[in-house]
Design a protein around this ligand. Structure first.
Ligand code: COA
Length: 142
């Protein structure tokens, strides 16, 4: 997609990204606020990838690598721009980053009910593992 430009998000992009996620992303993440995204960019300035067309934000993915796992989060494409290969281009860029950092395998958490996402991940070469469940605990100081 020659007219698509993928770049790292900067702190000045945070508000636009949060607005974009409200319109385009699946559900809400526990870190979907200014502090949450600012912390991500401070810790890893190359983690949040933005896809732009004519300067307009059309897609995002967080390509998170903590030195151990390569995990993709917040893959989202503007509703009017879907089925044009934007998610595929974002995941290609995310995987390039993972490989450059020495990553060995990429993963994503995908809601069982999110059928379009299943097709997207499968088309990008991912397969589902049925023997895991996510175990979580909210963190807070007393
Ligand atoms: C899922 C999502 C990111 C896909 O983005 P996209 O840019 O439309 O995906 P692409 O155009 O790169 O699609 C690549 C391939 O994935 C498959 N695919 C994507 N969306 C599909 C759909 N709705 N139905 C069936 N297959 C689909 C197709 O094989 C497609 O190739 P094709 O268009 O040549 O047939 C987008 O629908 C979205 O933002 N959804 C809401 C947020 C979300 O659910 N994110 C995923 C969280 S895990």
């Amino acid at each position: 997609m020659s007219d698509l430009h993928v770049r790292y998000a900067r702190p000045s992009d945070i508000d636009a990204v949060l607005r974009f996620w409200r319109e385009a992303a699946e559900g809400t993440s526990i870190s979907d606020d200014r502090d949450g995204v600012a912390r991500l960019l401070a810790r890893d300035p190359e983690a949040l990838l933005l896809a732009e067309r004519d300067g307009r934000l059309v897609g995002t993915v967080i390509a998170g690598f903590d030195g151990w796992r390569c995990s993709a989060y917040r893959l989202a494409v503007r509703p009017g721009c879907r089925r044009q290969g934007i998610a595929a281009a974002l995941m290609e860029a995310a995987e390039e980053r993972f490989l450059a950092l020495g990553g060995r395998r990429a993963d994503a958490m995908v809601l069982e009910a999110n059928e379009p996402a299943h097709h997207t991940w499968a088309a990008a070469g991912y397969h589902r593992e049925d023997h895991w469940r996510r175990w979580v605990k909210p963190l807070a100081r007393d």
